[in-house]
Structures are given as C-alpha cells and as structure tokens.
Design a protein around this ligand. Structure first.
Ligand code: NAG
Ligand code: NAG
Ligand code: NAG
Ligand code: NAG
Ligand code: NAG
Ligand code: NAG
Ligand code: NAG
Length: 382
C-alpha cells in the first residue's frame, strides 16, 4: 500500500490550508470557508473509542472520572486550557470535521445538560467493537476492564436518544445527518497484543470484528442514516506504546518509517476486510445510502511522508510528546498525566501525544487529508 498524493491533491490541500486563520488562542483553528459546508450536514453522530470520545468516558464511571484524560495536561491546548475527556492535548478529528461542516463541536451523550441539536457523540475511550462479555471469554480485554460500552451499548444509547428526540419519523430528521461508525475495533487488537495474543489469533478475529461493525452500520441505516463514514485503523506499528513493547534488534522488522511491519500488516489486513465488507453493503443499498471508508491508514502514511514540511520534528515522529523513557519516550508504568512525567515544549511538532493517542496537530492534518479523500464520494453538490 504505497501512497502517492498527486499534485492536484497537493494543491487542493494547500488551498484548504490557505483558508486557515488563527482565532483567539492558537488552539482554535477555524476555516473561513469550511470545506464540508457544501454538504449541508445539520447533525453529526459519532460511535467509537478514544480517537473520538469528547467526554463520555470521564462521565460514565469513577474509573473514567479519575483517569488522566479528565485532567491536564490532557486538553492543555484545548480552548481555555481545559480537559474535556478528549485523549489529546487539544482537538480531535471529529472536532475538526464538525468545524469543517460549520457545526459546533459534538457534545458527549453522557453530558445530561448538553445541547444535542446538531448531533451527539457516543464514543467512549477504551471501547471495543465486540461486546465486553465476548472479549472476556477470549481473554482479550483491557485489564482492568475500563469500559463495557462497546458498539452495541453505544447503539442502544443512540436508539434511546432518537426515541426521545424525534417523535414521528426519525428518518426524516436524519436525511442531512453525517454518521461516523468508528474508528472502533482497534482496541480489541491493542488489548490482545498487550496480553500476548499471537498474530495468528488476532488475524483470526478480524472477520468477527468487521462483521460487528457492518451490523452496526445496518442498525444506523435502520435509524435513518443515509451518509455514513466507516473509518479503518491506523498503522498501529508506528505507535510508541507498541513500538516500545515489541522493540527488536532485528532491523528487518521495521519499515522505512521505523514502524513495525508485522503490526502494520495486521492493520492492513483488517482494513482490507473492512473495505470489502463496506463495498458489499454499499451495493446492497445502492443508490439510497452513501457509505465511505475513512482511510486512516493512508492519511497517517501521508503524515509520516510529509512530516517535516508539515512542521513535525523528524527526530520525534515515533516519540510521545507527553511521556518519559526509552527510545520512544514511553513507559507504561509512567504514562502521561502521572506525577513527574514531562510534556514536550511544542506538541505541534509531535505526532504522538501520549504514546497511544495523537496530538491536535496530527489530528488536524489527518482531517485535512481525509476530507480531501472523502469529498468526491460524499456527493455534496446535490
Ligand atoms: C494551563 O493550566 C495549567 C494549570 O492551571 C497551567 O499550569 C498551564 O501553564 C496552562 N497552560 C496554558 C497553555 O495556558
Ligand atoms: C462491566 O459490566 C460488569 C457486569 O455487568 C460489571 O460487573 C462491571 O463493573 C462493568 N465494568 C465497568 C468498567 O463498567
Ligand atoms: C426505541 O423505540 C423502538 C420502537 O418503539 C423500540 O423498538 C426500541 O427498543 C427503543 N429503543 C430503546 C433503546 O429503548
Ligand atoms: C539489542 O541488542 C543489545 C546489544 O546486543 C541488547 O543489549 C538489547 O537488549 C537488545 N534489545 C532487544 C530488544 O532485543
Ligand atoms: C526479523 O524480522 C523479519 C520480519 O519480521 C522476520 O521475517 C525474520 O525472521 C526476523 N529474523 C530474526 C533473526 O528474528
Ligand atoms: C431506495 O429507496 C426507495 C424509495 O424509498 C425504495 O423504494 C427502494 O427499495 C430503496 N432501495 C434499496 C436498495 O434499499
Ligand atoms: C508529501 O509527500 C509526497 C511524497 O514524498 C510528495 O510528493 C508531496 O509533495 C508531499 N506533500 C506535501 C503537502 O508536502
């Protein structure tokens, strides 16, 4: 999977960029002409995990409330220097997407007092696609279990949300809504890897995870969704936590960006299955429903390829900004937020925030690439 960004794409990216203006704090990047404005989305609904949780995990349990995500330095570059439960120094991809749609940032469903007029976010940090019971049976879950709010739980929340917010025909209300089903499903592989599952065991799990995501897509279609983005997984072999855990002296285990090939191949395999399944579903519902694969993998490859010209420090591409120790600035016993763990001077020059999640700067660039990649399929001229 090699990525070649054509000159035309490059120019588009740069023209999007030229609209970037800085407002108030340097954290709040807004576009003068949001690139998704012409899609006329009036609501956004998000299912997922820590890549898109805007505050559910810290509200759903004590475990969340006392997690590092609930306090600084998480959120240190968020407007007003505030931790919100986002697993980053600032904004996430879903925030940039909302801004590009010209909509307010998505409120977390668990915030009882929030306004959901423009949609809701059901994503929970640590969530898996497969139900917690199934993963516990397979001995693939976070230890301790941080959340039970897997995809089916999030879909139940969505169902009761729609039941209580639209009284007659929900599907009419959702004609102009954007749905994001994922990224979700990455955590079962993370947990499996951390618990010593073999690559064969994890590969064997791929069809089951993909199927549960596809079922979820059909459920949201049942609710009335017509435009749905289904993101795949990142090249997980580039993440500082996994690079630390699977560090090896065997240089052939690494690719040109010093990412672990085996782990990236697992992500490629998974993404391939997901894409195939999306294509089949797309055919079944053609032409009523638009399904779009969110190519996180190639977005990340593009980021690595162009890191220096995008302002990232070429010596820190695999290092956590907030962390300490080892080649990757990551030590699982001294994670970001723990006492005495330092934060890099300029998070905008790092891709990884805490060894597991990315910085606002990385999320911003990934979103710019993704929107450019998805726009032609979104059919927004209508
Ligand atoms: C954010 O707040 C923390 C704690 O109040 C403070 O130490 C830090 O310097 C602040 N950062 C910014 C960018 O204002
Ligand atoms: C998950 O569900 C089980 C069974 O209902 C419960 O005992 C456990 O406390 C839950 N865990 C979390 C993190 O909510
Ligand atoms: C929402 O309403 C439908 C139809 O009445 C019902 O089948 C479903 O169980 C409700 N969802 C929730 C979560 O209560
Ligand atoms: C790599 O080799 C060095 C020196 O031979 C050794 O100290 C180190 O433990 C090895 N690291 C791994 C991950 O095998
Ligand atoms: C080094 O890694 C490559 C790729 O993962 C693998 O095929 C090879 O067997 C490894 N060599 C040794 C000596 O472990
Ligand atoms: C598409 O929508 C039309 C009108 O609602 C409906 O008649 C048709 O069965 C739908 N097609 C599919 C493949 O779902
Ligand atoms: C990204 O990298 C590719 C390959 O090196 C290059 O062709 C392209 O011009 C770069 N794009 C930007 C925006 O720097």
């Amino acid at each position: 999977m090699t990525l070649t960004i054509k000159m035309l794409d490059l120019l588009q990216v740069l023209s999007i960029l030229s609209f970037l203006v800085l407002l108030k704090s340097n954290a709040q990047l807004m576009l003068e002409v949001p690139s998704l404005m012409k899609c006329k989305f009036d609501k956004i609904y998000q299912l997922g995990d820590s890549l898109s949780d805007t505050g559910n995990f810290i509200r759903e349990s004590f475990l969340g409330a006392f997690s590092p995500f609930a306090k600084l330095p998480y959120g240190q570059n968020f407007p007003q220097n505030k931790s919100t439960g986002r697993c980053s120094d600032g904004l996430l991809m879903i925030d940039f997407i909302a801004m590009e749609c010209g909509l307010p940032l998505l409120n977390p469903y668990k915030d009882q007092n929030a306004n959901f007029r423009h949609g809701a976010n059901f994503a929970v940090a640590g969530a898996t696609a497969l139900p917690a019971e199934i993963l516990i049976d397979k001995k693939i879950n976070s230890n301790p279990l941080v959340t039970n709010s897997s995809l089916s739980v999030q879909l139940d929340w969505m169902s009761s949300h729609f039941n209580s917010t639209c009284f007659l025909d929900c599907s009419k209300d959702l004609k102009k809504a954007l749905f994001l089903v994922g990224e979700i499903g990455g955590n079962e592989f993370n947990y499996g890897l951390l618990q010593g599952k073999t690559m064969e065991e994890l590969t064997a799990m791929v069809p089951e995870v993909v199927q549960i995501i596809i079922n979820a897509v059909e459920t949201v279609i049942g609710f009335g969704a017509v435009r749905i983005v289904i993101p795949g997984n990142f090249p997980i072999g580039c993440m500082p936590n996994l690079l630390t855990m699977f560090s090896t002296n065997n240089s052939t285990a690494y690719d040109e960006y010093h990412c672990l090939k085996d782990l990236n191949n697992l992500a490629i395999f998974y993404n391939h299955h997901l894409q195939k399944a999306i294509q089949e579903l797309e055919k079944a519902y053609y032409p009523n429903i638009t399904l779009i694969y969110g190519d996180y993998y190639n977005a990340y490859q593009w980021l690595l390829q162009n890191a220096t010209s995008l302002g990232f420090d070429k010596n820190s591409l695999q290092k956590a900004c907030c962390g300490i120790g080892g080649e990757y600035n990551y030590d699982k016993s001294r994670i970001c937020g723990a006492p005495g763990v330092p934060i890099c001077g300029n998070p905008a020059t790092y891709i990884s925030w805490d060894g597991v999640h990315l910085t606002q700067a990385a999320y911003k660039w990934l979103t710019i690439w993704l929107i450019d990649d998805m726009l032609p399929t979104l059919n927004c001229q209508l």
